[in-house]
Every structure is written in C-alpha cells, then in structure tokens.
Design a protein around this ligand. Structure first.
Ligand SMILES: C[S@@+](CC[C@H](N)C(=O)[O-])C[C@H]1O[C@@H](n2cnc3c(N)ncnc32)[C@H](O)[C@@H]1O
Length: 479
C-alpha cells in the first residue's frame, strides 16, 4: 500500500489543496484504515474535517480510463477501433482493464491494480444456490438477468481479446466477471465516457446513503456557532456548505472529492455513490445496509393496480418503516373507489386525502392480506432466517468446518449448501473451510440478510395497517 501511495503522489494525487509530499498522497486529510463493520478497507479523517472541505484531488493523469489505456497502447487502440461500433463503453473499459492486468509488473498501473479486491460479492457472482437463497422471485430474476447480460458481453468481446493475445486465464468468464465487478463497484462518473473512470485512492471511499439534508444544515449551524469568534473560518464554512455533491471532475482537470459532513479525526469518511435500494446495492456493489433510508420493498401486485393510475410501477412500494408509498396508497384508494365515482374523486385521491373511513379500511385490510400472503408463499419464516443467520455467522467466524447444529431443519440447509459445492456435510471435518466455500458462505449470508430485511418490512407493514384499522374502527364506532 505504501508503494501505491507514493506512486499516486508522483502522479499528483493529493488529500489537500497543495501538492502532496513525495512519500505519500495521504496524511493531511485522510488515512487508510480498516472498518470491519462498514466496508472494510476505507479512508479515515486524519484530522477534524469541515463539511464541504476538499479531501482528495486526483488529476486526470492518474485516472484509469479507456482513452488513457489506448493512448498508451496503440495495439489495444487499433484492435478496439476495429470492433468499436459493436462494443459498449463498459466492454471497452473491461477489455482495457484485463489487458493491463495481463501485462503484470510491466503495466504502468501495476501498483494500483495489485491493490484491487481479488473477489466480489455482486449479484452477478451468485451461483444458483446463492440466488435461490434470496427467495423473492424479483430478486432472483435480477441476479439471473445480471449474469446473463455479463455472459453475453463476454461472448461478444472474446474474439477481440483472443486477437489481443490475452492469456487463457484472462479469457475466462470468471475473469470477465471480476473485471465487470471492478468497473461496476469502483468507477466514478466522468462526462466523456459512460463507463466512468477508475480513480486510484478515490475508489477507497466506502459508501453511506445520502442523508436527509436537514441534519447537515443543523450541523452547519452548529459548526458556525462554534466558529463565531473566527469570522474568516466561518466564511469559508459558509461557502463550502453550499456544495451539495460529494465530488466530480472539475475544470482544473482533476477529480475533486469533498467531505459531505463534519468528520471527527479517526472517523470513516464516506461517499454517497448514489441513491440505491438494498437490492440495487447488492447488484452494483455487492453489499447491503442494515439501515437503508432509500430501501423500497416491492410486493407482487395485481395487474390492474399498475394500470389504474398514471403512477409508474416503481413508485408502488413499501417503505422500510412499513408504510406504503404515497403512490401505492393513492392507487389502492382509487381502485377501492366504485368505477363511476373515480373521475369525480380523482383530485381528492391524487392530493393524498383519505376518501372515507370505509374506503381506507378496505385499503388497509387488502394490504394486510397481500403482505400476509406474500410472506406465506416464501419458503421460510423470518424467525427461521434469523436463526439461520446466527448459524451462518458462527460458521463464518469459526476456524473449522464444524457446524455444531443439532437441529435437523438447519442441518438440511447446510447439507444443501455443501452439496452445491460437491461436498457432503461432515460435521467431523476439523480443517478450515476451503476459500471458495468461505466466499460462497459470504454471498449466502448476504442473500439471507436481504430476504430477512424484505420480510421485516412486510411484517412492519402488516403491524402498521392493523394499528390504523383499529384506530379507524374506533372512530367509526364513536360516530
Ligand atoms: C469503491 S469500493 C470502496 C473501497 C473498498 N472497501 C476497498 O477495500 O477497496 C466499494 C466497495 O466497498 C465495499 N463497501 C463500500 N461501502 C460499504 C458499506 N457501507 N458496507 C459494506 N461494504 C461497503 C463494497 O464491497 C463495495 O463494492
């Protein structure tokens, strides 16, 4: 890592507005640190940071882009040019990445590439067992579709990679998936290439979901009160607090990243890569958040509900609090209204107003029934999943294969998992789990965590609706 920090400093990467020291690009605002519960390797504040402060500058010369690789290697450029109209920008960046990996130590990017993760847990890396463990059809479909798209991109690009003389290992689907996952989870947006760029050091920031802006505004007010005695500093704070983004490619030909809130020394500095549900985080980045303010849970709905109003399909969901989205509630109210009254009442419905106690009770009871049915159709209960997770985490943290489960119901799950890897479950094995099984276990845990969170949201929705039904029924009885 030290060699990478030195190499990046030579290219002008710096964690301060001034030039970096020759020995490291970090140390003034940021430090590399490990955050086992929030993304693993990441960047910590080297000192207290103010909101909006510049924390990292990465000049264009240090950005890994398709253009850059092709400018440096005319062989790749001319081969890609022959295939260009048929290749997407992502396929091109993947080919450039694999080409540089194939060069080994002679690649200009060797120090950077050798610090990349060796494996990923994006949905596309899930095998059939792991995908099935998601249980919800929509999620299984997203996993299968992701792999299908990647496989077809790989098939299209294979003749070109053969032409470029790639080693057999780099021609495999496994290598392509690794490169795809690298591009998906580590690129930053740039205006001139849809595939984005790989940004050395900048790609070490872990993710936090975008906050509610109000909390940051309060924090800024606090900051300013403490800094009243130092007007100059307060002025700088005021300017920088206007900045709403975490960063971007700026006119000075460098990628600039800013602290989006106040950080105390040692705290992890996080970036908001975008607004994602947990399924999207799994698909594009291979992780999920236990508390995701942007989570949306979709339940199977009858077709007429999608067509009854102009609300888009993806606006009909349940929030992590268990409350139905505004659009879902309005659509249900509309559907529960007699057809001949819908037009007259539509302005009422679209404004979000409750139509009548009877209508609302019907809507809430329908939602309860739908959530209960959805939960019943899934192969396991939330209680089972939570206990399974405990066993899975025990196995993950244990130094041997001993599972230590005496409940047949869990033993069956584990037997199926081991069988999917061509192993028979043998509780007497004392050796460590083979690496490929440890990784598969990691993905299995992610799948079970995801389905647990899905089921928890539906359970909350049922409780929320039942409590409203009680309230409304009381009101009705009092009238
Ligand atoms: C841009 S990289 C961040 C640096 C990465 N931790 C590393 O060691 O290279 C993005 C990846 O970090 C991990 N990650 C980022 N934020 C996370 C979080 N809040 N929780 C868990 N994993 C996270 C995921 O594996 C994600 O694909």
């Amino acid at each position: 890592m030290e060699a990478l920090l030195r190499w990046a400093a030579e290219l002008g990467v710096s964690d301060s507005p001034t030039a970096p020291s020759p020995s490291s690009c970090l140390g003034r605002s940021l430090l590399i640190a490990d955050f086992p519960d929030a993304g693993g390797r990441g960047l910590a504040a080297a000192r207290d940071l103010r909101r909006g402060e510049l924390v990292l500058r990465v000049p264009r010369a240090a950005l890994f882009t398709s253009d850059r690789v092709m400018d440096d290697d005319p062989g790749i450029a001319s081969a890609v040019a022959n295939y260009r109209p048929r290749l997407s920008s992502i396929q091109t960046l993947i080919i450039c990445l694999l080409a540089e990996v194939g060069k080994g130590k002679s690649s200009n990017w060797y120090l950077y590439l050798s610090q990349m993760p060796t494996y990923y847990t994006l949905l596309a890396t899930f095998n059939d067992f792991e995908s099935e463990a998601l249980q919800v059809d929509e999620a299984i479909w997203v996993a299968q579709k992701a792999l299908c798209g990647i496989r077809s991109d790989w098939e299209e690009a294979t003749p070109l990679m053969k032409e470029l003389g790639f080693k057999p290992k780099l021609l495999t689907l496994k290598s392509w998936i690794w490169a795809f996952a690298t591009v998906s989870s580590r690129t930053l947006h740039i205006a001139w290439d849809d595939a984005g760029c790989l940004c050395p050091i900048g790609d070490l920031f872990n993710y936090a979901a975008p906050d509610d802006e109000n909390s940051s505004v309060d924090e800024d007010r606090d900051d300013m009160m403490h800094q009243e005695t130092n007007k100059m500093l307060a002025q700088t704070d005021l300017d920088s607090s206007d900045r709403l983004t975490d960063g971007g490619y700026e006119s000075a030909n460098e990628y600039c990243l800013y602290a989006r809130k106040r950080y105390r020394k040692g705290e992890q500095v996080l970036l908001a890569y975008g607004v994602y549900t947990n399924l999207e985080l799994l698909e594009h980045y291979g992780f999920l958040l236990s508390e995701n303010p942007n989570e949306k849970v979709y339940i199977p709905l009858d077709l007429d509900l999608y067509t009854i109003s102009t609300w888009p399909r993806d606006s009909l969901y349940i929030l992590p609090t268990g409350h139905p989205s505004f659009a879902l509630l309005c659509s249900l109210r509309l559907r529960t209204t007699p057809t001949n009254r819908r037009k007259a009442l539509s302005h009422h419905i679209y404004s979000g107003s409750l139509l009548s106690v009877e209508n609302e009770l019907e809507v809430l009871k329908w939602l309860v029934k739908k959530c209960e049915e959805t939960l019943q159709q899934l192969p396991s209960t939330i209680e089972f999943d939570e206990s399974l997770l405990v066993h899975l985490c025990n196995l993950q943290n244990s130094t041997s294969c001993i599972i230590g489960i005496d409940e047949p119901i869990f033993e069956r799950e584990f037997a199926a998992f081991f069988r999917s890897h061509g192993f028979e479950l043998d509780c007497s094995i004392h050796s460590k789990l083979p690496v490929h099984i440890q990784r598969s276990l990691e993905r299995w845990i992610l799948a079970v965590q995801w389905r647990c969170s899905y089921k928890r949201t539906l359970t909350k929705c049922i409780a929320h609706c039942i409590s409203l039904v009680h309230e409304l029924s009381l009101q009705q009885n009092q009238q």
